[in-house]
Design a protein around this ligand. Structure first.
Ligand code: C2E
Ligand code: MG
Ligand code: MG
Length: 695
């Protein structure tokens, strides 16, 4: 920091010294000048006195001296008298010596005992006086020969004063020596006193100012200390704040990164199916919207292919959701790997997948893709111990011809998929506008079916079941028929799925049950004995908690005995119903017999089968169809037969149409047969007419 005190003391000291150094000599010089003027004035007055008193002697001396020997002159009486007069005048004055020069500069008189006759022509004082001017000069610490003898160490002021004649002309020069030593001593003393005084005053001022400056310096230092402390604090605060900001920044960055991560995870979840990792419905819809715009702009076509797994529900129901999920993952992987032409593959949910093909040039291209999709299911899916054969149905529609909105295209592809499914497993179908009409028809049919029961449009047909060996009638399967005034005769394959989807199946199924029992009991009462009757049960009926109560009430009301009633359940129905064991056991305890319908198409495990309280296995028509044509189907039938034998199940084969099939089944030991070979499902009166006469 700037040291105010130090600078002040240095500068002030220099200034004081300078002031003292300048003022002292200046004062001395002025005083000397003043003293000189005073002394000169006194000399002048003295000279005037001398001149007046000695006028005559002087005049004589001046005129006589010219051309005279100075030695002689000094020894003359005239001069001796003059000296005595002069000395008398000089007595008690400060004048210590007088010299008189004539015009030529020769000393004609001196008050001391010195020689006369010296020339003063070279003396500047003389030369100026001879022209009429007075001049003086001061000599310090000199020694002088005065009339009192030689005086040493004195200050002498010598004045040269012109001597004027009567005509005022300069005739000679006085030189008066005045002893000014006391003045000079006094002067010096004064000078020292003044200098000392000045120095003292300055010193006092200096001291006072020094105190002020030192105080100011103190204040400044204090302020500086405070400022620097404040600066330090500020710096620390700034540092701390900077650190804090940095920390906050890092924290913020961390949070932002986390948020970004969470956001991208959310985005991922928003657009992906968590199970298979495929794009989800939303993602597909957005992509399709974009593709539609792009295709319209480029005047191109695109295809939407709706894929539905045919037997997924059975797998899920029979093997559980865990296996179902694994299967979906495998299906997604297989589709992604094996199908080359897909531009986008997504899972819509459940067992529904959808894919998009852009830049379609022709239907054949789409057909190749559809075949690839169907073909991807040829090999079984191996999941742990299970080897599952699956197929998929594919519905296709094209833009712009089949629709140019996401909604239309997805709906139409779905409709086409239903058609493919209806046409048989592992199929694909292109959308046609009639399909929409069919879908509308389904809605209409559902509405009609709602009224069918109340309107008495339903009836129960019966299909005979015969003993293989003898061909004897052992029972019948009750199969519902719908005779609609609007639609004509409608087969169950058309309306049972509809009834199941709409929930109408519960009322419908219970009606069939009651009607069948009623019919059998009515026959029995009138003498026609049908040993046993099978009624198909939907999972929706079984799921109802009041099912057993409803069933017992039907038995009571119709008078039907439980052992004459057989309930047909598919494997998937058995698996799907929670606590099915308990339920089936209660049915068995009632004395009702149970048959596993469509056997071989499901996925029941042997161990599970062993525990089921069923008495009969019903070999599905699809295997019977393969007899004589497909060794695989025959092998399955053989296996089923062995299984049934080892578990002591009764076996019935359905859909037997030919003698060959009948013989094949008989050879394997199949107990009963059902099929067109022995009789189609027919109305009750017809059935009675046909079977009341033993064949
Ligand atoms: P399902 O229980 O497997 O019935 C056998 C189906 O095969 C019947 O078709 C029957 O007419 C048909 N069938 C029998 N033998 C032959 C044959 O030799 N050749 C051919 N081509 N077909 C044969 P239907 O009556 O059309 O019934 C179809 C399905 O509808 C039934 O399959 C059953 O699952 C369901 N169903 C029928 N009536 C009812 C019912 O009252 N309740 C429930 N829940 N389902 C029913
Ligand atoms: Mg059946
Ligand atoms: Mg069946």
């Amino acid at each position: 920091m700037f040291n105010l005190s130090r600078y002040f003391s240095t500068v002030s000291f220099i200034l004081i010294v300078l002031a003292a150094g300048v003022l002292g000599p200046l004062y001395q010089k002025l005083s000397l000048q003043q003293m000189q003027d005073l002394a000169e004035g006194r000399n002048l007055a003295m000279a005037q006195v001398f001149q007046n008193s000695l006028r005559d002697s002087l005049d004589t001396l001046m005129s006589d001296s010219v051309g005279q020997n100075p030695e002689f002159l000094m020894g003359s009486e005239e001069v001796r008298r003059l000296r005595a007069e002069v000395l008398g005048l000089m007595h008690n004055t400060a004048i210590v010596k007088i010299k008189i020069y004539n015009r030529l500069g020769n000393t004609v008189f001196t008050s001391d005992v010195g020689k006369a006759g010296d020339s003063s022509l070279g003396n500047p004082g003389f030369r100026s006086a001879i022209t009429g001017a007075v001049s003086s000069n001061l000599t310090h610490r000199d020694s002088i020969d005065s009339f009192e003898g030689t005086q040493a160490e004195v200050d002498i002021l010598a004045s040269y004063i012109p001597i004027r004649g009567k005509d005022q002309s300069v005739e000679g020069v006085f030189e008066l020596y005045q002893n000014v030593t006391p003045f000079v001593v006094q002067l010096n003393r004064n000078m020292w006193m003044v200098t000392g005084g000045v120095a003292l005053v300055f010193a006092a001022l200096y001291f006072m100012q020094f105190l002020v400056v030192r105080r100011a310096q103190g204040i400044l230092e204090d302020q500086e200390g405070r400022i620097s402390a404040a600066c330090d604090t500020l710096e620390i605060q700034v540092e701390a704040r900077t650190d804090e900001l940095k920390r906050t920044n890092t924290q913020l960055e961390g949070e932002i990164a986390e948020r970004r991560q969470a956001q991208s995870k959310l985005n991922y979840l928003a657009y992906h199916d968590p199970l298979t990792g495929l794009s989800n419905r939303r993602s597909f819809i957005e992509r399709l919207e974009e593709s539609l715009r792009e295709s319209a702009r480029r005047d191109e076509r695109l295809a939407v292919l709706f894929i539905d797994l045919d037997q997924f529900k059975q797998v899920n129901d029979s093997l559980g959701h865990g296996v179902g999920d694994e299967l979906l993952i495998s299906v997604a992987a297989r589709l992604s790997e094996h199908v080359r032409l897909i531009d986008m593959l997504a899972r819509l949910g459940g067992d529904e997948f959808i894919c998009l093909m852009e830049g379609v040039r022709g239907e054949d291209e789409v057909e190749i893709l559809a075949r690839e999709i169907v073909g991807a299911f040829e090999l079984p899916f191996v999941l742990g111990d299970h080897e599952l054969y699956l197929s998929a149905s594919v519905g296709i529609c094209l833009a712009p011809e089949d629709g140019n909105s996401v909604l239309d295209l997805m709906r139409n592809a779905d409709t086409a998929m239903y058609r493919a499914k209806a046409a048989g497993r592992g199929n694909f179908h292109f959308y046609t506008p009639e399909m929409t009409r069919d879908a509308q028809e389904r809605i209409r049919m559902e509405n009609l079916l709602r009224r069918a029961l109340d309107n008495g449009e339903l009836s129960v047909h019966l299909q005979p079941q015969v003993e293989t060996r003898s061909g004897r009638l052992v029972g019948a399967e009750a199969l519902v028929r719908w005779n609609s005034p609007e639609l004509g005769l409608v087969m169950p394959m058309r309306f049972i799925p509809l009834a199941e989807d709409s929930g109408l199946i519960v009322g419908l199924g219970n009606w069939v049950l009651r009607e069948t029992c009623r019919q059998v009991m009515q026959w029995r009462k009138s003498g026609f004995e049908l040993p046993q009757v099978s009624v198909n049960l939907s999972v929706k009926q079984l799921e109802r908690p009041e099912f057993i109560d409803v069933l017992t009430r039907i038995l009571e009301e119709t008078g039907m005995d439980a052992p004459s009633l057989k309930l047909e359940l598919t494997e998937s129905v058995v698996m799907a119903v929670g606590q099915s064991f308990e339920l089936l056991e209660r049915l068995r305890d009632l004395g009702i017999r149970l048959s596993l319908d469509d056997f071989g198409t499901g996925y029941s495990s042997l161990s599970y089968l062993k525990m089921l309280p069923v008495q009969q296995l019903k070999i599905d028509k699809s295997f019977v169809d393969g007899i004589g044509k497909n060794s695989g189907d025959e092998a399955i039938i053989r296996t089923v037969m062995e299984l049934a034998r080892s578990l002591d199940f009764e076996v019935i084969a359905e859909g037997v149409e030919t003698v060959e099939q009948s013989e094949f089944l008989q050879r394997l030991g199949c107990d009963q047969l059902q099929g067109h070979l022995h009789g189609k499902a027919m109305p009750a009166p017809e059935f009675r007419a046909r079977w009341s006469i033993p064949s």
